[in-house]
Design a protein around this ligand. Sequence first.
Ligand code: CO
Length: 208
Amino acid sequence: MKLNNVFKNNEAWIQDKLSSDGKYFENLGKGQSPELLYIGCSDSRVTAEDLMGMGPGDVFVHRNIANMVISIDLNVMSVVNYAVEHLKVNHVVVCGHYACGGVKAAMQSADLGILNPWLRNIRDVYRLHKTELNAIENEDKRYDRLVELNVQEQCVNLIKTAAVQKAARDRNLKVHGWVFDVHSGKLIDLKIDFDGILNNIMEIYHLD
Ligand code: CO
């Protein structure tokens, strides 16, 4: 990859945008009001806006290894707080993907140094769903299912936050769990039961 191409590509992109709308960047400079917060994996193959057919201004994006929502990660928690309480997004999406290296690493016995505490959170998802996962004999299928269950548990973690609880009550904010299939390009809605999860966990995690 020639890094110089990045700047050439950028010039071409600017011309492309301006050719269809002369005021494109003038309008972009006025501010943002995205309707969606997307929390996805840093994986280079899972291009947030691109795979959804969305563009600049449409989505507030946070990406980390294996699309985790960890309550003591100041980074993701700041993103959630800002998007929900200030930008007032009405939808929060956790988007995982099959063939996720982070999830794969958490299924293996290896000391990965600084990555250990991060991946520990995925191992916790495995422990929570051990019975279901261990019943799946095919390792690839078990891996795919852990990707899905990890998305579901990160949705649960979102629902544990005061910002999401408040916005769900006040303006009907919803949390969604999706998986991107890198083998086909297809985006799959896991159809997590947002209201059911919310009702279920409020007994213990009710903050607001
Ligand atoms: Co990944």
